[in-house]
Design a protein around this ligand. Sequence first.
Ligand SMILES: [Zn+2]
Ligand SMILES: [Zn+2]
Length: 201
Amino acid sequence: MRKVKWKKKLIITSMTFVLSLMAATVSADTGTAHIKIGSISGGASNISYWYDSSLSTYGQTGAVDNARSKWDAASSRIGWSSGSSSSAKLKVYAGNYSLPGGTYGSTSYFLSNGQQVDAGAITNGSNYDVARVVLDAGWTSGWSQSERFMNAGHELGHVLGLNHFQNAPAHAGEHWMKSGRYALSSPTSTDTSHVVKKWGN
Ligand SMILES: [Zn+2]
Ligand SMILES: [Zn+2]
């Protein structure tokens, strides 16, 4: 009886040790649920970007600037440079109820010849040349600054190859890469660990 108790205690102690190790480990997974295999062509170290005038019309410029800056800080392999409307790899627009009902933002992907690439294909390994981000000032009217920052951060996360964290196996809590409306001016450690997994430190 005594021996059995001791064994049980040993098993419980080992399990606690393993669980504490898991908690300490960065929570980025290597599957495609949260990280796309395909990427923006040319890598992320110098993504040229261009803002349409609609961005300032609808007061979204600061949110996109913040998103670029915060993702830039998350990895030395991520960087941006200003480009032109014709040659930029990231083109950002704002609309006023221009997206389908209740859609806060969208990212679509294209080849340089204009052909659209399905987001699912990029998840499975296709690359793309140009990303088009639209932020909807209409569906997000009344949002706080940190909520608008989250919205832009979320869409640029898609540009950088991340998928949704509510996809199984889901990450608990609120993150830039969880769909929805959250007051987050910066990516969470879960967001940054995924982008580091994708691009390196
Ligand atoms: Zn994950
Ligand atoms: Zn999304």
